[in-house]
Structure formats: structure tokens, C-alpha cells
Write a protein that binds this ligand. Sequence first.
Ligand SMILES: [Zn+2]
Length: 387
Amino acid sequence: MKTKLRTDIRIKDICEGFVYSELEGAGLFGLAGTLTIQPEYQRNYIYAAGRRDVAVINSILKSYPIGLIYFNKVDDKNFEVLDGQQRITSIGRFVTNRFAIRDENGMQQYFSALASDKQDLILQTKLLIYECEGTESEIKEWFKTVNIAGVPLKDQELLNAVYSGPFVTVAKEEFSNSQNANIQMWTAYIAGSVNRQDFLECALRWVSKGNINDYMSRHRYDDNINELKAYFNSVIDWISAVFKDVKPEMRGLEWGKFYEKHKKQPFDRQEVSAKVEALYEDPYVRNKRGIFEYILDGSNKAKLLNVRVFDEATKRSVYAKQTREAQEKGISNCPLCAIGHDANKTKIWSRQEMEADHVTAWSKGGSSDIANCEMLCVTHNRAKGNK
Ligand SMILES: [Zn+2]
């Protein structure tokens, strides 16, 4: 089977003459009639619609790769989709106003209502398409392999192919080379496999602030990786300057973002280390991976630590006691309602209408046992915040 990577086909081209069948819930034709989106051997392919449709469009708007698409070359002029039917159908349906996405303000937006630069961004996006040529049985065999046993290419492996050139060659020598003596140290902070390009992807994500595609395209013909390497090393140096100890939970955290956000803040390495140890030993801290961001962020977002909450038995018993005492006094069983001045002053809330609150917040040393538990009405509990 012959294959050829095409990077010249735009969404605009694919959507030209897009035909969609409501009955079958699938796109039928595109590329001005030369592309069959749903060939015979894919007839029973049912995809989940809804969220995934929207996700495809949002990815395109953020310039994220939507993965590789495979076309079968039927003859000189005609193609059929081997793999990518759902993605192409989503794109075609969106561009023909069959579903809406939500914008930054949560408003529904159909394609025709998008700002013209966004419309353009979508239409001018080039898809990564492998054009395959082979006999029908070769194609069918291949289709089965890819969908059943195939190991899909990772995005970064794909990008390396698309932007192949001197930059990728040098970058792989540094970041995809298991002989590199630094890998051992990097593994403390970076998750994934060197061979499958996870370290290179991480380095590129950090330096490009998430716009890997763009970065690789701009540097494709550079013969050095000086900037990439310098940035990567400053992130690694910064982590080891702030955090004395290496913990397994540090692997794969968003260090690039942490670095950008906190690189100008001074940290006392000894003090940070003591905080880390204390949180590791705190039985209320359930998410140890959150400890590092929690400390960097000023130790006030307890949410990051997923602090242990009160158990059901504790809540039930505190509710019963508070309600009994409130009824005796003729006041609300929410202590904050009881001291208020509105109609809720004497309201007895049901168990479902109340939530447990730490009298002394966990962040100020309060524990999650019965003595530190009080039930508040939902409104008052949510208003109280810092928990
Ligand atoms: Zn209340």
C-alpha cells in the first residue's frame, strides 16, 4: 500500500459541497463531490454525537491538532475516508450551521454568527491527511488493523513528521534520546516516555505556552534549539531551586505554567521543604499532587488538596443536635440564619437543605472531627467560602 502525507487540504476545501444525511446521521460527500465520507465498509460505524462534535470545533479554534485523517485514493480524482469520518462530519455539520458551540461567555454560536476571523480560522485550517493507495483487500485489512490493534501515532510523533527538518532532528537528539544523561533528572518532573516523544512535547509545550504547532512551524528550518533548551533548563532549574526534595507526585505536573506564574516570586527553600513535609504528613490532605501548586499559590486554595471532609454519621448527629436545640429555643437550626433579621430567623431547615462546615477552617488548623463540625443552610455555607 502506498501512502503520502498531505498538508495542503483546508477545511474550506473539505466542506465544499458537503452533503449530510439526517437519516443516517453521517456526512456523505465533500471536497466538491470527490470525497466519499462514508464508504460502504464503514456503514455500521456509529459514533457518539454531541460533546465530541463540539470538542472537534473547539480544538480547531484553539489550533490544537485534531489528529491524522486517512483517505483512500480511489482513482486520480476521487477519495474516500478511511479514518476520520466522525471528525469530518462534525466539521461539515458545524460549517453548515447544524449545531452550535458555546463561546467564552457561554452563549450559543452557530458558524454563521461567528466573527469573520474565527470563521476564517476554521476554514483556513489545514488538515493532516494520509492519502493511501492500495487494493480493496489491502485497504480493508489496514482499516481493521488501525482500528483494532493499531497503536495510534501520538500527536507529537505526528508533528515531528509534519515539521520534519533540522529543528526536529536536533530537538530529538536532546529530548528523545534515552542516552542523554539528563533524562534521569528530568524524569523526576516529567511523565511519559522518552521514545514516544513525551519529553520533547513537554519541552515544546513549555516554551510555546501550549502552541506547539505554531512554534514548530516557525522554527522548522532552524539549525539549533538554543531557545527551547534554555527555556526548558530554566524551568527545571527553577523547580529544583524551589523544591529541595523530589517526590513521586511531582511527575507530570504543569511545571511550565507554575514557572510562568511564580518565577518572579522569592521562595525560601527550607521553609518550602518544611511545608511540603507537613502537608505530606497531614491525614486530611487527600490529593498529594496538589501540594506543590498549593504552596506556590500562597497556601490558601485548600481545594487543590482535596481536604478530607466530615463523614455522614458526623453530619447526621450534628444536624440532630442543632435541630433539637434550635426547636427548644424557637430559632433557626442554621446558626447564621438564627442571628439574621429575615424570615429565615426561625426556619428549621431539612437535612438536605444543610451542609457541613468547619468551625475552624482546615487551613487554620481545624480538624474534620465532630467537635469542629457545624451544619449551615446551603446559602450561608457557600457564602462562607474559605473552607
Ligand atoms: Zn442560614
